[in-house]
Design a protein around this ligand. Sequence first.
Ligand code: AMP
Length: 431
Amino acid sequence: MTFSELELIEPIQKALKLQGYVKPTPIQAQAIPLLLQEKDLLGCAQTGTGKTAAFAIPILQLLHLRGAQSKGSRKIKTLIVTPTRELAIQIGESFADYGKFLHLNHTVIFGGVGQKAQTDALHKGVDILIATPGRLLDLMNQGFISLKDVEFFVLDEADRMLDMGFIHDVKKLIAALPKQRQSLFFSATMPPAITQLANTILKNPVRVEVTPVSSTAETINQFLYYVDRNNKYDLLLHLLESKEIKTALVFTRTKHGADKVVKVLAKEGIKAAAIHGNKSQNARQNALENFKNQSIRVLVATDIAARGIDIDELAHVINFEIPNISETYVHRIGRTGRAGANGTAISFCDAEEKDFLKDIHKLINKDIPVIEDHPFPFQGTRYEKKPNDQRGRRNNHGGGDRKPKSGNAKGDGRQGGEKPKKKYFKQKENR
Ligand code: AMP
């Protein structure tokens, strides 16, 4: 199928060509015709499937055909609610890209920054509003936003919205929407609470499902390294010695963990930045921009901050820590191998993370292939605190934990029994 078979208007076709899109993705092929028929939609799709275009294109087309831009002052005709600022910004960019040759405008609002620029934009009149729930409600309560003209309502990443505790906000804003509207609901997973919420929003929806969360894209090569927790920095540095990894998105479970990885990389001269909830909106945007234009090589992120971030040609995702929620693994590695491109997802698993890994294997219905041949093989017993076991001691200069298990160091050019290269801890110990 091609985009021309989807009966899209010329200015949209032209914009898609400019983006280099040749073929609609499966969710686009399924959803666009249904949405152009003004149906409500329940979309079970994760980020990376092309779902933004699947809703942005038909909305732009219908708004244009209804002459939204020509009827006096602009009113909010479309409301898109999404859980994170990064996603909101990206959706805004998509509307700008696909609507490049139309005369519709959009604005993006989110918390964590001053509201003046946002209220100024709202004053001027907006056709399409993309918002995170907190700031949206806040500005509604202050009287800056009226939803009474909304014709299209999109709730994006609904499962994440619930995870992040936005359910009450979402219910409040749904109550403020006109009854007569077209509604679209997207979620990567469909647990009962999500289905229930969808039922309160949608009218006779058609359901479109692509790449269920349990299946990891075929274009992603997945690898696993068993490694003791304290050796993860060294393993990361070891992998980054390879020129093949031009850039990498590294995931940690905690904000502190993300900062620590950045610090270690910086000491080794590797340009890196972290994005997480304690970073200002500006810092997060700068980090993302610098990563996109490759002025930094590594972006370290926590799950919520990384949610939905869209980086073209991201070839490597590294799970520095295994996520404790197995669906998160699928979301994380979905940052690479997008829209048919090839990607590699590398995971570091320590002794305490083995149970998380089991859950992931169950969810994706396969075992991630293990790379056994690396300089920092798993000692396995580090956290069992055996008497006289010196391996767990970080400052033990005796070197008991510096030795790879015999036979495990094959292939990295070292003789059996030679100490593995431990750049990071060597530095620490020398201080
Ligand atoms: P999304 O799932 O909306 O976050 O989109 C994932 C990525 O796929 C984005 O980088 C889009 O620009 C890209 N994309 C969306 N649709 C297409 C398409 N039909 N052809 C090629 N790339 C696409």
